[in-house]
Design a protein around this ligand. Structure first.
Ligand code: AHR
Length: 495
């Protein structure tokens, strides 16, 4: 399999925010997964689990979206500030009907972002909130001087503004966020957007409109045409389901060969979605500003683990998920001229998570390892690649055997990330580039296993990255073998 790397051609800089994450008040993501409270026997810093935060910190997460998801359009931020004992209790109607006592709110989330060293992305309530409420939240977070909301923030113990940059104007307004038509949402979006003020010109805010479900191109067209001049970006949600049915999505671990390939095939659809939504955004450029595409929910969605609460969306995570993550990240990298942010759903214990917890125990998923291995792409310059691929077919599904992306870091080193999609065949790679010399240092990291291989609390290291062996470097090329069902990264020093 030949791969050509051409550092002379690039689609641009890979926005760090493509490596963003999403944490909703859903199941055990926030509560148990991230927040245990300051009095918990589980070691914590200001209520946040030390083990989980320290694992996530290693991923260099650029931005974290919160509090939903569907939860966002039922969330009233004032319920979650002030003395914890006085906070209001509500019902989380979207996710299991559980009691939400609001002990994790704006200040606790900002503490999480501080510990992770990431930017906050707040998803505001349009579905059941008011313009005033949303506008007040921005003022509460971002106003430096004297104002009713800044004073309230100070009374709640925070002197300095939080300077939250990213604001989502509702979530899935076509569904759980209000079941609106695009015209109605676009009008509301403009109205809300008008009152999301900038309080400090050194800290601009960035407004993201609630975007389309999968291939609803009409949504993107209407929202960008009508509301485009008041926003910075439009979002897109696309989940990978092995089956075509939301009632029987398919199992996370016990899947067939055909479901393995259907999952990869459906993941690759992300390229078509980005291309088409991106084309629409370009055609409606308001005032010569290009609207960004924010893929703020993506990842696998399976039937929940047997025996767990169906409203909690807890699922295991296998090598198949590692490949899904790697394929999506390769696609985002290669479309960095369109995709300005992406947020995998969700960080802990929900859907395609980085980390799973059970009481005081924690494990890192294969998806976590992919995010770790791909870190070098953050903020790097995308480099064009050409891969000679062969189609693999299984039942109704055909996928290329190899999928790649590449970038060049500020130090001039190239990072090539490659996926072998075959579940049975190793792939001999020949990587060609003018910048490789016989003395170039090429190192690699490999994540591989059977498609259903996964980590458990008893065997947390069953799937983990290893150093790649057998890399042979020559003038203008190197060779290596990608085992079946694997993700590999190659760091290439120019000669
Ligand atoms: O991530 C789970 C849910 O999926 C989100 O709450 C919603 O936005 C989407 O439908």
């Amino acid at each position: 399999m030949r791969i050509i790397l051409n550092p002379n051609r690039s689609a641009g800089t890979i926005n760090r925010n493509i490596y963003g994450h999403f944490a909703e008040h859903l199941g055990r993501c926030i509560y148990e997964g991230l927040w245990v409270g300051p009095d918990s026997p589980i070691p914590n810093e200001n209520g946040l689990r030390r083990d989980v935060v320290s694992a996530l910190k290693k991923l260099n997460i650029p931005v974290l979206r919160w509090p939903g998801g569907c939860f966002a359009d039922t969330y009233h931020w004032r319920d979650g500030v002030g003395p914890v004992s006085e906070r209001k209790t509500i019902v989380n109607t979207n996710w299991g009907g559980v009691t939400e006592d609001n002990r994790f709110g704006t200040h606790e989330f900002m503490e999480l972002c501080r510990q992770l060293g990431c930017e906050a992305y707040f998803s505001g309530n349009v579905g059941s909130g008011t313009v005033q409420e949303f506008s007040d939240w921005v003022e509460y977070c971002n106003m430096l001087g004297v104002s009713p909301m800044a004073d309230l923030r100070r009374a709640n113990g925070r002197e300095e503004p939080f300077n939250v940059k990213y604001w989502g104007i509702g979530n899935e307004a076509w569904g759980c966020g209000g079941n609106m038509r695009p015209e109605r949402y676009a009008d509301l979006c403009m109205q809300y957007s008008t009152y999301l003020r900038i309080y400090d010109w050194d800290h601009m805010i960035y407004k993201i409109a609630s975007g389309a479900n999968v291939d609803d191109y009409e949504w993107t067209r209407k929202v960008s045409e009508i509301a485009g001049k008041t926003i910075d970006a439009v979002s897109l949600h696309y989940y990978t389901l092995p089956n075509d049915s939301w009632k029987q999505k398919g199992a996370a671990t016990g899947f067939t060969k055909e479901q393995y390939y259907s999952t990869l095939f459906k993941t690759l659809r992300m390229k078509e979605l980005i291309t088409e939504h991106g084309r629409i955004l370009r055609s409606s450029e308001p005032e010569d500003r290009r609207l960004g595409l924010v893929v703020d929910e993506w990842g696998t969605w399976y039937d929940v683990e047997p025996g767990t609460n169906p409203g909690f969306l807890y699922q295991q995570n296998t090598m198949r998920d590692a490949l899904v993550a790697a394929l999506n990240l390769n696609i985002f990298n290669n479309h960095c001229d369109t995709v300005v942010m992406a947020n995998i759903a969700q960080t802990v214990n929900v859907l395609q998570a980085m980390v799973l917890t059970e009481g005081a125990k924690m494990l890192l998923t294969p998806t976590y390892h992919v995010f770790d291995m791909y870190q070098g792409h953050q903020g790097a310059r995308q480099v064009e690649t050409y891969a000679e691929t062969t189609l693999i077919s299984c039942g109704d599904w055909s996928v290329p055997d190899i999928h790649v992306s590449a970038s060049e870091g500020a130090d001039g080193k190239l990072l090539l990330t490659a996926v072998n999609l075959s579940d049975t065949h190793d792939a001999p790679l020949e990587v060609l580039s003018d910048v490789i010399g016989a003395k170039s240092a090429v190192t690699g990291t490999l994540l591989t296993g059977k498609p259903a291989a996964h980590n458990t609390f008893d065997k947390p290291d069953a799937v983990k990255p290893v150093t790649m062996t057998g890399i042979k470097v020559e003038d203008k090329r190197f060779t290596a073998t990608l085992p079946a069902c694997s993700v590999a990264t190659f760091e290439i020093a120019r000669e």
